[in-house]
Design a protein around this ligand. Structure first.
Ligand code: HGY
Ligand code: MN
Ligand code: MN
Ligand code: MN
Length: 408
C-alpha cells in the first residue's frame, strides 16, 4: 500500500525549506523559498512517474494519464506556500500525500479511466499580498490584472514579484481551466482545529468550507501632543480602534458559530508622546452560513459608526476579499466514506473553519476534502503536528477516494 516512510521523509525534507530560527517555516509566493520548494516537489513528482509542468500563475502540476484520453480529469493536491512562521503540514500534507497516492498507483500498475493531476497551488495563504488563493483563482479564471497591482508590505506588486521569478503577468489567463471538463477536486488537509482530537478520530470528511471575508479598516482621528491635549479634547484613533476590536469579538461570540479575528494592527505616527492619528487593522470574518456572516458584518459596522460619532473619528474600509462558503459534493463525501471503510477507519463529517483552494475550485467542479487530526488543534504555528500514523491514514483514504473516482 502507500509508502509511509517515503511520505514522512518528503514532509520533513520539504519542511526544511523556509525554516526560521523559531522552527517554523515562512514560504511566501514568488520568493526564492517558493522556487526551491517547487523545484524539490518537481523531483518528487518525477520520481512518482508523473509528467510535470508549471502553469502561468506559478502552480506546479504532476499528471498521471488515464486509459481514456477523453475522460474528465480528476484533480487533487494542495498548496505549497505557508503563513509567516507556520507549520510543515499545512498544505504540504495534501500535496505530498497526493503524489504518494499516484506513485503507489504506478508501482501497483493500476490503470484508471480518468487522468489524475496533482496541483501544488501557488500562494493559497495570501500571506505576502493579503489576497489569498492566487494559484487556484488562476485555475478558475478569477484573476484580474487589477489583482496584479496589489502590493506587499515592501511596496512590490504581484506583477513585479511574478516577473522577478520569471513569470509573465500578461499570461495569467493561460492557467484558466474553467472551460475544461473536470470530474472533481479532492483535497487532503490537516484539520487545524480540535474536533477530530476531541472525538479521538484520525480522519474527518469535510461537509463544507466556511465563507471568508477579509477587510482592512483605517481609523482616522487626530494626532496631537500627549502632554498638552486634555483627555476630553482628543480624537484618539487607537482608543477608537480598540473599542472596535472589542465589538468584533462581542458580535462574533453572540452567534456561537461565527469566528472573527483582528490579525494585524498598525498605529501611526507611533510616537510615545503622540496621540495616535491613524490606525489600520485587518478583519477576518467567517461562518458556515453566509446569512449569519452577513448579519454579523452589518451589526459590527453599525457599532463602528456609533464609535466614530462618539469619538469624532472617521473610518475607511477596503474589502480585500469576499469568498462565499463552499459545499462539498455529496457524491464525494460518500466516496470518502467508502474509502474510510476500505481503510478500516471510522469516519466523521465536519465543516472546515479554515479556507482552502477547494473554495475556488468549487466554481468549476465538485469538491471533496479529507481532514487529518491536528495535535491540540494547533496550526499556523511552528508547533503544528500530525502523527505519522494519522498522516498515513489520511493518504490511505485519499488513495481509495481517488481510485473510486478515477477508475471508472
Ligand atoms: O486562512 C485560512 O483559513 C487558510 O489557512 N488559508
Ligand atoms: Mn493555512
Ligand atoms: Mn492550508
Ligand atoms: Mn488554507
Amino acid at each position: 500500500m502507500i509508502n509511509k516512510e517515503r511520505l514522512l521523509h518528503r514532509l520533513l525534507e520539504l519542511g526544511k525549506i523556509g525554516r526560521n530560527q523559531s522552527g517554523g517555516i515562512t514560504r511566501h509566493a514568488f520568493t526564492q523559498e517558493d522556487r526551491s520548494a517547487k523545484d524539490l516537489v518537481a523531483v518528487y513528482m518525477r520520481e512518482a512517474g508523473l509528467q510535470v509542468r508549471e502553469d502561468a500563475v506559478g502552480n506546479l502540476i504532476g499528471r498521471r494519464e488515464g486509459c481514456d484520453p477523453n475522460a474528465a480529469v480528476v484533480l487533487t493536491g494542495s498548496h505549497i506556500d505557508s503563513v509567516c512562521d507556520g507549520g510543515i503540514y499545512d498544505g504540504a500534507l495534501g500535496l505530498l500525500g497526493a503524489i504518494e497516492v499516484l506513485q503507489t498507483l504506478n508501482e501497483q500498475h493500476i490503470e484508471t479511466k480518468h487522468p489524475i493531476e496533482v496541483y501544488a497551488f501557488n500562494d493559497e495563504e495570501g500571506s505576502r499580498f493579503s489576497f489569498s488563493m492566487f494559484g487556484s483563482r488562476g485555475v478558475i479564471g478569477n484573476l484580474s490584472h487589477k489583482d496584479l497591482e496589489i502590493k506587499d508590505r515592501n511596496g512590490i506588486s504581484v506583477a513585479e514579484a511574478m516577473k522577478a521569478q520569471g513569470y509573465d503577468p500578461n499570461k495569467i489567463g493561460e492557467a484558466n481551466r474553467s472551460q475544461e471538463s473536470i470530474k472533481a477536486f479532492i483535497e487532503l488537509h490537516i484539520e487545524q482545529g480540535k474536533v477530530l482530537e476531541s472525538k479521538n478520530l484520525s480522519i474527518g470528511i469535510v461537509s463544507g468550507i466556511v465563507n471568508e471575508l477579509w477587510l482592512k479598516c483605517s481609523v482616522y482621528g487626530e494626532a496631537g501632543h500627549a502632554g498638552a491635549t486634555p483627555m476630553t479634547l482628543r480624537h484618539d484613533a487607537l482608543v477608537a480602534a480598540a473599542e472596535m476590536v472589542q465589538v468584533v469579538e462581542r458580535e462574533a461570540k453572540s452567534t456561537g458559530t461565527t469566528v472573527a479575528t483582528v490579525g494585524r494592527l498598525n498605529v501611526q505616527p507611533g510616537g510615545i508622546n503622540i496621540i495616535p492619528g491613524t490606525v489600520e487593522f485587518t478583519l477576518d470574518l467567517r461562518d458556515t452560513s453566509q446569512e449569519v456572516s452577513d448579519k454579523v458584518e452589518r451589526q459590527i459596522f453599525k457599532e463602528f459608526d456609533r464609535i466614530c460619532k462618539d469619538r469624532g473619528v472617521s473610518l475607511k474600509t477596503d474589502i480585500l476579499q469576499r469568498i462565499p462558503p463552499a459545499p462539498c459534493a455529496e457524491e464525494f463525501q460518500i466516496a470518502a466514506q467508502k474509502a474510510c471503510v476500505a481503510s478500516e477507519l471510522p469516519y466523521f463529517s465536519l465543516p472546515s473553519g479554515a479556507g482552502h483552494d477547494a473554495m475556488q475550485m468549487v466554481n468549476i467542479c465538485p469538491i471533496g476534502m479529507i481532514f487529518v487530526r491536528s495535535k491540540d488543534g494547533i496550526s499556523h504555528n511552528p508547533a503544528e503536528w500530525s502523527s505519522p500514523d494519522d498522516c498515513a491514514d489520511g493518504v490511505k483514504v485519499l488513495y481509495y477516494t481517488l481510485l473510486e473516482l478515477a477508475v471508472k
